[in-house]
Ligand binder design. Sequence first.
Ligand SMILES: CC(C)[C@H](C(=O)O)[C@@H](O)C(=O)O
Ligand code: SF4
Length: 477
Amino acid sequence: MTRNNSSPQSLFDKLWEQHVAVPETADAPAVLYIDLHLVHEVTSPQAFSVLDEQGLKVRRPDRTIATLDHSTPTLPANENGDLPYATPDAKAQVETLIANCEKHGIQLLNLGDPRRGIVHVIGPELGLTQPGKTIVCGDSHTSTHGAFGALAFGIGTTEVGHVLATQSVLQRKPKSMRVIFDGALQEGVSAKDMALAMIAEIGADGGQGYAIEFAGEAVKALSMEGRMTLCNMSIEAGARFGMVAPDELTFEWVKDREFAPKGDSWHEALMRWRTLPTEDGAAFDKQVRINAGAIRPMITYGVSPDAAAPVTAHAPKPRTSAEQHAVDYMQFEPDQPFTKAEVNRVFIGSCTNSRLSDLRDAAAIMRGRRVKEGVVTLVVPGSEAVKRAAEAEGLHDVFRAAGAEWREPGCSMCIAMNGDAGAPGELVVSTSNRNFIGRQGKGVRTVLASPATAAASAIEGRIADPRPYVNEMKESA
Ligand SMILES: CC(C)[C@H](C(=O)O)[C@@H](O)C(=O)O
Ligand code: SF4
């Protein structure tokens, strides 16, 4: 493709341009080359079947890697070594992926592999996720990997088959949006709160048709884990792509990981990666500015992630029939302070908030305290590596001493496909990303929040502001 070399380019423009194999026309989308294809057990069986029916091979098994996460139990195997699968289907999905990977020579992070975990946790952890790459997965939260300055997006099952066969996807270039977070976050406020505040501001479809670049002082100041949390939730604003320009923090994070470039290749990669960030004056189709300093710990009170408000706020009056429907389901009466709502269950986990820093945030609040009697609290690390790291610091002991359950890695109650679910009518404070009706179990009312807010809520047995806990820690430090 030709372009005027003098016009400043955005990170997104560069990533796109570097991967177009065949340019887009009025009649046809562009063909994008894919550097990394991540696979899990839910969206791949059909794709492999199509491949087999057509007698096709996986084009680049070396650029494909699979993990088991959605359907895997988080309780250990029984004395016969049998895992407590929720359903025969869950077990079949796992077995099918194992068989497909074997057949096609794809590396699988199988049960028992010390590197297994949620697909969006293991990619970065293993250094597979790198700046400048195109990364796809049959999973909507693939935008997570954009935190490294990658062009990462979710694809459907048909496209999974297409990528397996051709290592490319057909895509029209989306419009570009920059979301700038000015200023610094307050104590007790995290990337999750930034994500929820943004979605509340632009709406659950505000990013539809856009690729979002997150920028500004508060984004620069985030850890890589925080950037992943933010990019993870782009799709909850309707944007399939979310990204952050890579910087020294990014490079430091990737360095020396299993699949990171080594030696001379590392230095070459660094040179390339340093050219990626958006140039001054690059054009965006839309720009949104958010004052990060004004963001409070956020919770959701509806059945869509944009029904989000500060934890200290009161439930709004419904204005539309959809909002009335949400009120009927969630049972937050208009004007009721959210912090009066009783909590039945707490879930700390998911590809949004199951990394070491998330678990540290939760443990800091739970340390030396007890979960409110009757509040079932599940802490589910995002990967085997997170689990080991957390245990090495004794976080599992903190959670257990507080009365929470420490589980095996996986998606767990984020989507309740593995049997971890709430009971009908229960109010669940969850660090995951979707509060859709029934997502965490039939009739379950989901309140999305940060790990700190979830931990504080577990302690108090009602929706709680984490800031008093955080302030107390600061004072006693
Ligand atoms: C199962 C999978 C297709 C789904 C997704 O695409 O996101 C799941 O991960 C989710 O979070 O809803
Ligand atoms: S943790 Fe939740 S959002 Fe993430 S991939 Fe699993 S089911 Fe999807």
